[in-house]
Design a protein around this ligand. Sequence first.
Ligand SMILES: Cc1ncc(COP(=O)(O)O)c(C=O)c1O
Length: 450
Amino acid sequence: MSTISPRVESILRRYKMYVTSGQAFKYFPLVVSRAENARVWDIEGRVYIDFLSSAATYNVGHSNREVVEAVKKQLDKFVHYCLYLYHELVVELAEILVKNTPGSFEKKAAFGLSGGDANDTAIKASLIYTRRPRLISYTYSYHGTTALDIAVGGSFKEDLRIAIPFREVYFTEYPDTYRCGGIDDPVECGEHHLSELDKLVKKISGYSVAALLFEPVQGDGGVLVPPRNYVEGVRKITREYGIVFIDDEVQTGMGRTGRLWAIEHFNVEPDLLVAGKALGGGMPVSAVIGRADILDSAPPQTYFATSATHTASVAGALAAVKYVLENKLYDRASKLGGLATKRLEEMKERYEVIGDVRGLGLMIGVDVVKDKKTKEPDRKTALKIIWRAWEKGLIMMTYGKYGNVLRIAPPLTIPEDDLERGLEIIEESVKDVLSGRVPDEVLEYMAAWE
Ligand SMILES: Cc1ncc(COP(=O)(O)O)c(C=O)c1O
């Protein structure tokens, strides 16, 4: 096990003392000092390949020159002026988003600072527009941490959710084609879950439901790609009952899955699309883009925040969106995702602990199991693999409903050599863990995703 320097030990100790445990979600003890494209340096000068991209934020790479220059240019003029006044960059960003999101109806945009606050906005808009009290969400979903987001967050534990007094959320299971209760065929799995949703809307009355929150790939559930018939069926049900279909693209958006938005893999137009993370190229900005009649149904102060439409962040976002579009980063995600998946599939053939490799584009999950037949998840082995990978110079995390999925989400701009080396490190780490070279003590550092 790597020794941890006194400087790093001291930072870890002070974190424990001064930063709330409500924000402690740490994996290995890496203290960041600098980052560029797909590489991150720690305070001791060690360099790492980044397969996490700050949780799928740096689709355009760390410190993307165009984003940094656009932000600097804005900072030299003024940092931000609140939305009592107009700014040209804001309308430019709204326009480019409206023109580059699915939906052949009149659309508008509402801006925020995080994926979570944008989901909150989308939910609020749906409740106000429909005047209906209920929401449908998914088990193991994640939409952020505002009070409303927690109420709809299927990955939060029950005792946290009951502390939030919004009781009108109904959960349905997200299709998991790898573990679909004995159903092997993805289409049948989709049909099974559609009939579950159908039963739910009949039981609670679909006409009492304001919105359904949908992740087009369920990220934190463990990179679950839904069957096409399921997504199209959900859209049909929501249309039938007038339920607002909210497409949460905070993690999947901006080219990551091989399309600009993941919902484009399916033949579906959402009512509202929620973007965050990669939208700002690293700057804090989020947006809800969608039906003007829904967004405009709320009075003017409903989505107000002093720092919403933050001018420097909007400048960064505009540069990031243009960078993704001009460089067709979605195509690059597709190509590199194909290469990575092929390499990981080869590893699956070689190692009993790799049960499943799945995803779209450069949003890939590797399901670590005790044995391939039972598919029993192996969180401990997954955590040891990522610890060893960190020691060898790769940043990669775990997530998923069982906490056993290796999360592979590098910048879409990652050079092929770095991608290749990162994949090699994964294989070396699997071998080291299987031969007992990673002790149990490392698990003490990993609060991680459970
Ligand atoms: C699908 C999804 N929605 C919403 C969020 C919340 O975004 P933020 O952390 O920017 O509030 C996340 C964050 O991981 C996410 O993955």
